[in-house]
Design a protein around this ligand. Structure first.
Ligand SMILES: [Mn+2]
Length: 422
C-alpha cells in the first residue's frame, strides 16, 4: 500500500469540514419528539417507532455508563472479529471514555481477513488479541464489567473465562438472532437491524458522543463504522432505512480515502489458494454450491467466508457453503469451520445452519447467522490433533467432508437422502 494513514487523515479535514447546521434542519423536519433527548432530532426521518426505541436505549445506556463512572471494563468480541464488531467496540470504548470508564477491547482468535488487518492498522483501532490460554492466566480483578458487542457470547472463547472470574455483563449490543438467555445490565438486541455499526451510529446521533471532525480519532472511528456497516450490508445492497440513515450521518465525518485504502487491501497467496481449492472441489446441486477445502491454518480462517463470497457469484447459484478443518500448531486446536452465503431472500441462514447441524450434547447450536450470511463451527473432539501421518489426515478429512455434505444435502435435496443412495 503506497498511501500512509497520516497523510490520508490530513487530507480528510478539508473534506469533512464544511458542515451544515444539524439543529436547523431538524427544527424544520421533526416535531421534536422528546425534549429530554433533543439531540436525537439530528436523525432526520426514520420511522417514529425506531426513533423512540433508539432514544429509550440511548438513555438507558447513558444511565448505565453513569453508574459505572471511573471503572474498567472488558469489551469482548467474537473470536474472529469483523469490521462491524471492531468498529462498534471502538465506538463503545470512545463513548465509555466520556464517563472515565476505561475499556480494553479483546478477542481470542485472530484477525485473518486482509481488510480487518488493514482496518486495524490504518485506523489504529485499539483491539488486543488475548488467547484463551493467556486470558486464564490474567488477573482480571480490575475489571468490574464486560460488554459483548456484535455477539451474544456464543462465538467467544473469552466469555466463559470472564464469567468464571465473576465479572458481570454490563452491556450486550448485537444484531444477530437471539442466541439464548443472557443476564446483562443493558441489552440492545435488534435482529432486524443489518449491522451493529448502525446501532452504535444511532447512539452517536442521539448524543451519547458528539463526533467532531477536527478530532482525528473521531474521523477514523466514523470511517471504521462506515466500513463495518458496508461490510455487513453487502456494500449497502442489503441495507435498510436505518442503515442508510446511519451511513448518511457517518458520511459527514468519515474519510473516503482512508476507507478506500482499507478496501484495497490485497488477498494473501494462501487465501487465493483456498479460493482455488473451493472452486475445484465445489459441487453444485439445486442452486447450492458446496465445497470442502481440506485443512487450513488458523490464521487463514477468513479465507473460508471469502471463498463462499466468491462461489455465490456463479450463475445459477443462490447459496454457497464452504468449510474446512482449521488447525493451530501452537495450541493443538482443531475444528471444522464453515461459512454460508446466500442471495436467496427466502433462505434464512440462521435457520438453515441450525437445521443442518442441530445441537451438541449441551444443547448449543453449532452456528447461526444473520441476513444473507451464516457460519458454523464443529469441534473435532477426540479426533483432534495434528501429529499424524498424511494418510491419516486424509482419511480424517474424508470422514468430516462426507458427514458435512450429508447433513447439507439433506436440506438441499430433501427427497434423495444421500445416506440411502444405492
Ligand atoms: Mn455484525
Amino acid at each position: 500500500m503506497n498511501l500512509n494513514s497520516s497523510h490520508l487523515l490530513n487530507s480528510s479535514y478539508s473534506q469533512t469540514e464544511p458542515k451544515e447546521e444539524p439543529h436547523l434542519i431538524a427544527a424544520v423536519e421533526l416535531p421534536a419528539p422528546d425534549t429530554s433527548l433533543n439531540a436525537m432530532s439530528e436523525i432526520g426521518y426514520p420511522a417514529q417507532r425506531t426513533n423512540s426505541l433508539v432514544m429509550q436505549k440511548t438513555e438507558a445506556l447513558r444511565q448505565v455508563f453513569e453508574q459505572h463512572r471511573q471503572e474498567r471494563q472488558l469489551v469482548i468480541l467474537q473470536d474472529f472479529p469483523d469490521p462491524d464488531a471492531l468498529s462498534s467496540a471502538w465506538t463503545y470504548q470512545l463513548i465509555a471514555q466520556e464517563y472515565e470508564i476505561q475499556c480494553d477491547i479483546v478477542y481470542a482468535g485472530t484477525l485473518s481477513h486482509q481488510e480487518n488487518i488493514a482496518l486495524v492498522k490504518l485506523t489504529g483501532l485499539p483491539a488486543q488479541r488475548w488467547t484463551a490460554q493467556a486470558a486464564k492466566s490474567k488477573d482480571l480483578s480490575m475489571y468490574t464489567g464486560c460488554a459483548l458487542i456484535d455477539t451474544q457470547g456464543t462465538t467467544s472463547q473469552l466469555l466463559p473465562i470472564v464469567q468464571d472470574s465473576g465479572i458481570p455483563i454490563t452491556a450486550v449490543v448485537d444484531h444477530h438472532s437471539l442466541q439464548g438467555d443472557l443476564k446483562a445490565e443493558f441489552a440492545d438486541l435488534r435482529p432486524t437491524v443489518r449491522a451493529t455499526a448502525t446501532i452504535f451510529t444511532q447512539y452517536l446521533q442521539a448524543g451519547l458522543l458528539k463526533l467532531d471532525s477536527s478530532v482525528a480519532q473521531h474521523i477514523k472511528c466514523a470511517t471504521a463504522l462506515m466500513h463495518g456497516l458496508r461490510s455487513d450490508t453487502d456494500r449497502l445492497m442489503q441495507a435498510q432505512e436505518d442503515d442508510f440513515l446511519a451511513a448518511a450521518y457517518l458520511s459527514r465525518f468519515h474519510d473516503a480515502q482512508l476507507l478506500n485504502a482499507i478496501l484495497q487491501a490485497n488477498r494473501s497467496k494462501r487465501v487465493m489458494d483456498v479460493i482455488e481449492r473451493s472452486l475445484k472441489n465445489r459441487m453444485v446441486q439445486n442452486n447450492f454450491s458446496i465445497a470442502g477445502v481440506g485443512y487450513l491454518r488458523y490464521d487463514d480462517r477468513d479465507a473460508i467466508p471469502q471463498a463462499a463470497d466468491f462461489l455465490v457469484t456463479e450463475e445459477n447459484v443462490h447459496t454457497a457453503v464452504v468449510y474446512g478443518i482449521v488447525h493451530d500448531d501452537d495450541e493443538e486446536l482443531e475444528l471444522v469451520i464453515g461459512s454460508l452465503r446466500t442471495t436467496k431472500l427466502t433462505l434464512d441462514p440462521d435457520e438453515f445452519i441450525k437445521e443442518a447441524f442441530g445441537q451438541d450434547s449441551h444443547g448449543r447450536f453449532f452456528g447461526g447467522g444473520r441476513t444473507s450470511a451464516g457460519g458454523f463451527e464443529v469441534p473435532i473432539g477426540f479426533l483432534a490433533g495434528y501429529i499424524e501421518t498424511s494418510d491419516y489426515a486424509k482419511k480424517k478429512w474424508e470422514v468430516f467432508d462426507t458427514q458435512i455434505k450429508q447433513k447439507l444435502l439433506r436440506l438441499v435435496n430433501p427427497k434423495d437422502n444421500p445416506i440411502q443412495t444405492e
